[in-house]
Design a protein around this ligand. Structure first.
Ligand code: 0PR
Length: 352
């Protein structure tokens, strides 16, 4: 069988994945045949996972974090809603999410039997009055997004936490920082456990964290919250399991550990500064060409460059996707350098 060659990242402009850090790639290979799902057998990787969770706790402003490394943001978001549902005693549970929430919440609501209540946006972030109106005694969780998939925007996390505190039921507050978690610590945004009464949070090492896929992260304020996820594992040496997947790759855990060791905090800060500067530069270049640009508050640019132009650059091999509104969406991942963007703009100028 011909395996072919994996794509290069040189023209990938809209992906939230990136070239893994070299240390992360090497660690992933070393731990490929380990399974943190069975800590009784694979002790080293299980210990390493606890260390990674500790380290992620530092990033998200939590001194004694609970959590684990999931297969990605989808699993982390599903699990956050699952524990919220399991601890509530509603027969008609619902979850309130912003219209900007990632489609993983649609999957979560589907598999968990939750009513998905979608709060409209006010600009690019969730409308607080709308959230307050949608929350009722059957609401088991409210979700805020810290770094939205399409526009990189941050919901008003402290105000959402207040709305949760005022709710008549006892909902949990989940923050989805799957992509934003590795850039937000270097900004002024209020987004983490340190800024508001957050219960659970998604932060994915395999996005801006420069680990290999699969490495998502679910972090909880307290170990007791995760107890609602535990199922008995009668024939393993460990007695219960909180993850959604059973067997899972230790490669993600080890690579996250290596990436965090190499990059937190100075390397991630430098990366954020480089990516943000590139985002602002690209926004200015496109505006100078007369394109409407949604201002990048994080390193993600959405710009109305025209449907035909997107098709034309795609035909030249550029991997560029659109927002629901049809704007081109540039995610300034580490592999998207100034040289890449200059080459892209040259192409854009050529095709239109
Ligand atoms: N939460 C947010 C805010 C996300 O942006 C994403 C993924 C998820 C959760 C789900 O994470 P997993 O995909 O790890 O389960 N957003 C990316 C996107 O839709 C996913 C992606 C990644 C798509 C790489 C394409 C790609 O090449 O853009």
């Amino acid at each position: 069988m011909q395996l072919g060659t994996p794509q290069s990242f040189s023209r990938v402009l809209s992906s939230m994945c990136t070239e893994p850090h070299p240390a992360a790639r090497e660690a992933a290979e070393r731990f490929l045949a380990t399974n943190p799902g069975d800590p009784g057998t694979y002790e080293t990787v299980a210990d390493l996972e606890r260390t990674v969770v500790e380290r992620l706790g530092e990033i998200v402003g939590l001194s004694d974090p609970a959590g684990y490394l999931a297969s990605g943001g989808t699993e982390a978001n599903i699990q956050a809603l699952r524990l919220a549902r399991n601890r509530a005693d509603s027969t008609e549970p619902n979850v309130v999410v912003p219209a900007s929430a990632h489609f993983s919440f649609t999957k979560a609501a589907d598999v968990l039997g939750l009513e998905l209540r979608v709060a409209p946006l006010d600009g690019y972030t969730v409308s607080l009055p709308a959230v307050r109106e949608l929350v009722d005694e059957d609401t088991v969780a409210v979700v805020g997004v810290a770094g939205s998939t399409e526009y990189g925007r941050v919901d008003p996390i402290p105000a959402l936490a207040d709305a949760v505190a005022d709710a008549s039921g006892d909902p949990l507050f989940h923050v989805d920082a799957a992509w934003g978690g590795f850039v937000l610590p270097f900004t002024e945004h209020a987004w983490s456990f340190a800024d508001a009464a957050v219960d659970t949070l998604t932060i994915d090492p395999h996005k801006m964290g420069q680990a290999v896929v699969p490495a998502g992260g679910l972090i909880a304020r307290d170990e007791s919250l995760l107890a609602d996820l535990a199922v008995d594992t009668p024939y393993l040496e460990s007695t219960s399991q909180i993850t959604l997947t059973g067997t899972r790759s230790g490669a993600g855990v080890a690579s996250a550990a290596a990436a965090l060791d190499a990059l937190w905090p100075a390397g991630y800060r430098e990366q954020y500064e480089r990516s943000q500067a590139n985002a602002e530069w690209l926004a200015a270049e496109l505006r100078a060409r007369g394109d409407r640009v949604v201002s990048p508050t994080l390193p993600l640019v959405a710009a109305d460059i025209g449907r035909d132009a997107i098709d034309a650059v795609r035909a030249e091999g550029w991997r560029l996707s659109r927002t629901e509104q049809g704007e081109a969406r540039f995610v300034l991942q580490p592999h998207v350098t100034r040289e890449t963007l200059t080459a892209f703009l040259d192409e854009l100028d050529r095709v239109r």
